[in-house]
Design a protein around this ligand. Structure first.
Ligand code: PAF
Length: 289
C-alpha cells in the first residue's frame, strides 16, 4: 500500500519502512512515548482493547501485516481473513495515530537470510509441536517490527499466551528497554475467545465453539475436586461429543515455563487447541482463582 492519509483523518498510514521511521524520529525528538500494537488485521474488539490500553502512551502505532513466515500451512495463509478498509476504520475510531501496513517485499527482501531464534524450550510444547516453525516466524516479524517502530511498550493479548511468553523471552534478550504489556483475552457474549479466525467458522462450528471456553471454566471450577487426568478426560469428552469440534490438545501447564503439570498449583493454566471443522481455535485460562 502506498503511504497515504485517509480523507478527513488524522491517522497516518505508511507502507514503507523509511517513511514510518522518519515520522517516528520526529515523534521521538519531541520526547513522546510510543505504544505499539502489532496485528495481522481482520481486527475485532480484542485488538481494539490493545489499542485502547496503548493510549497510555503519547502516540499509538499499529501494524497490519499478514506474516507469511508464521504460517506452516499454505492453505491457512491463503484463507486468512483480510479486511483492510474495515480495519482502518476501526483503528481510526479507537484513536490510533499511525498504521504500518507494509507488503511482503518490504518486510522480507529476497536477499535476506532467515534469522533463527532460541526460546529456551517454550516453543517445543503445544502450538510449537503442532505448528513447526510457527514461533520462529512470529519472532522474525515481531523483532523486525520492534526494530522499525522502537516502541516504549508493545501490547499482546493473553489469548495467544504461548506467543506472549515467547515474545517476552526474545524482548528480554534483544530489546531489554521495551515493556511487553499482557492484556486479558476478550470474549464474545457466549464465552468464545475473540479471534480473527472466528469469522471463518460455519454456523454449526460457531455455535458449538462456545463449548471450548465453557470447558475451560469448568476445569477452573472443578480443579480442587478432580485430578489432572480426570480434568483432561472431562474436557475431551465434552468437546469431542459435539458434531464439529475435535480437541487437538488440552494441557494443564505451568504458566511461567509451559511445562505440563501433573498436579495443579498456583501457576497452573489450562491450554487448548480445537479443530472446529477446518478452522483451528486456541484458548487458555488461568486456574489460579
Ligand atoms: O498475534 C498476531 O496477530 C501475530 O502473531 C503477530 C504478533 C502480529 C505477528 O505476526
Amino acid at each position: 500500500m502506498p503511504n497515504h492519509y485517509l480523507p478527513f483523518s488524522f491517522m497516518k498510514i505508511f507502507g514503507k519502512i523509511e517513511d514510518i521511521t522518519a515520522a517516528l524520529a520526529q515523534i521521538r525528538a519531541q520526547k513522546k512515548t510510543v505504544g505499539f500494537v502489532p496485528t495481522m488485521g481482520a481486527l475485532h474488539k480484542g485488538h481494539m482493547s490493545l489499542v485502547l490500553r496503548a493510549r497510555e502512551n503519547d502516540v499509538v502505532v499499529s501494524s497490519i501485516f499478514v506474516n507469511p513466515t508464521q504460517f506452516n500451512n499454505p492453505e491457512d495463509l491463503k484463507k486468512y481473513p483480510r479486511t483492510l478498509d474495515k480495519d482502518l476504520a476501526m483503528l481510526e475510531s479507537s484513536q490510533n495515530d499511525i498504521v504500518f501496513n507494509p507488503d511482503v517485499g518490504e518486510m522480507y527482501p529476497s536477499n535476506e537470510r532467515e534469522e533463527h531464534f532460541e526460546f529456551d524450550g517454550l516453543d517445543t510444547v503445544m502450538e510449537g509441536k503442532f505448528r513447526p516453525g510457527h514461533f520462529n516466524g512470529v519472532a522474525r516479524v515481531v523483532s523486525k517490527l520492534f526494530r522499525i517502530v522502537e516502541p516504549d511498550r508493545a501490547y499482546f493479548g493473553e489469548k495467544d499466551y504461548q506467543q506472549l511468553l515467547i515474545i517476552k523471552k526474545i524482548s528480554e534478550k534483544l530489546f531489554p528497554e521495551m515493556n511487553i504489556v499482557a492484556c486479558p483475552t476478550v470474549r464474545e457474549p457466549d464465552g468464545l475467545a475473540m479471534s480473527s479466525r472466528n469469522a471463518l467458522l460455519d454456523e454449526t462450528s460457531r455455535s458449538e465453539a462456545a463449548l471450548i471456553s465453557r470447558a475451560l471454566f469448568q476445569v477452573r471450577e472443578l480443579k480442587d475436586k478432580l485430578n489432572v487426568t480426570e480434568l483432561e478426560k472431562l474436557v475431551s469428552d465434552k468437546i469431542n461429543s459435539s458434531s464439529s469440534l475435535r480437541v487437538e490438545y488440552f494441557e494443564i501447564a505451568d504458566e511461567r515455563n509451559l511445562q505440563p503439570l501433573t498436579e495443579i498449583n498456583e501457576h497452573a493454566r489450562a491450554f487448548i487447541a480445537v479443530l472446529a471443522g477446518k478452522i483451528r481455535l486456541i484458548d487458555n485460562l488461568s486456574l489460579n482463582f
